[in-house]
Design a protein around this ligand. Structure first.
Ligand code: ADP
Ligand code: MG
Length: 263
């Protein structure tokens, strides 16, 4: 997909969550949005998903400008597969019902057909034996996988995933990231905010660094993460790597022993 932002701004009271962001990202399949907490990642993703209109500016996705009328936003929201940090699922419904409900209610798919779609996806993503369970009976990783399956079920134009693993332990994180990597291999487009730099490097082709409401650097992931140009991105990556043993091992595996920045 292609993405263009022109002077996109969003304020909450006096707090500038996004400050006049202008950028143009050429054809990408997976965009990793990285940066410190409070930098504006979620705000940007919510705007791309049609959940929040910006105060100013223009957003063009695949050559088409996003419209901000209620009706247009609703239509856009329905065409995007969104997965947010946690608490995505309806607690009183089973996993299967969580996938079915939006298909039937928001997308007008006949219940029988929706059931077949849900069953096929649960089968494919090894969740079939959990279909009847409620979220509270599932692990965090299973819940997030159900949330992703729910997003897949609607056949979205693209996915918006906001730190989908931030509430998970490392093993569950790997489960969920594997599933997202599979979406990418299938050729689906996605924008993902993540703190997992290994994932950003290995799975995303482009990387966008946002801090203090500004888009400070954007480029091909491997290059951008290996040779950051903006000093704030260099500092952010050094901090992110400091306690990340997997990242260190990864670097050594890839022969990059000398490249790692010392904290
Ligand atoms: N609904 C909201 N009301 C008030 N302030 C908000 C709201 N959402 C975000 N903010 C503020 O906007 C800034 C950017 O937040 P956010 O987009 O959540 O950043 P990130 O996802 O990078 O942590 C922060 O200062 C945050 O406190
Ligand atoms: Mg956030």
């Amino acid at each position: 997909m292609r993405l263009e932002l022109r002077c996109v701004g969003k304020r909450f009271g006096d707090n500038h969550a996004l400050r006049d962001i202008t950028l143009s990202i050429p054809d990408f399949q997976s965009l990793a949005v990285i940066g410190p907490s409070g930098g504006g990642k979620t705000t940007l993703l919510r705007i791309l998903a049609g959940l929040t209109p910006p105060d100013a500016g223009e957003i063009v996705i695949d050559g088409r400008a996003l419209e901000f009328s209620e009706a247009a936003l609703l239509a856009h929201r329905r065409a995007v597969g969104t997965v947010f940090q946690a608490y995505n699922l309806f607690p009183h419904l089973s996993a299967r019902e969580n996938v079915l409900l939006p298909l039937v209610r928001a997308h007008g798919v006949p219940p029988r057909e929706a059931g077949a779609i849900a069953d096929a996806l649960f089968e494919r993503f090894h969740l079939a034996r959990h279909a009847g369970q409620r979220p509270a009976e599932l692990s965090g990783g299973q819940q997030q996988r159900v949330a992703i399956v729910r997003a897949i079920a609607i056949r979205p134009r693209f996915f918006v995933l906001d730190e989908p693993t931030s509430a998970l332990d490392p093993e569950m994180t790997a489960e969920v990231l594997d599933l997202i990597a599979e979406l990418r291999r299938e050729g689906r487009d996605l924008v993902i905010a993540t703190h997992n730099m290994g994932f950003a490097r290995e799975v995303s082709d482009r990387c966008l660094f946002i801090a203090d409401g500004q888009a400070l650097e954007e480029g091909p992931s491997r290059e951008t993460l290996a040779q950051p140009r903006h000093p704030l991105l260099a500092a952010f990556l050094a901090r992110a790597l400091r306690y990340s043993i997997c990242e260190c091992l990864d670097h050594e595996e890839h022969g990059g022993r000398g490249e790692r920045q010392e904290p």
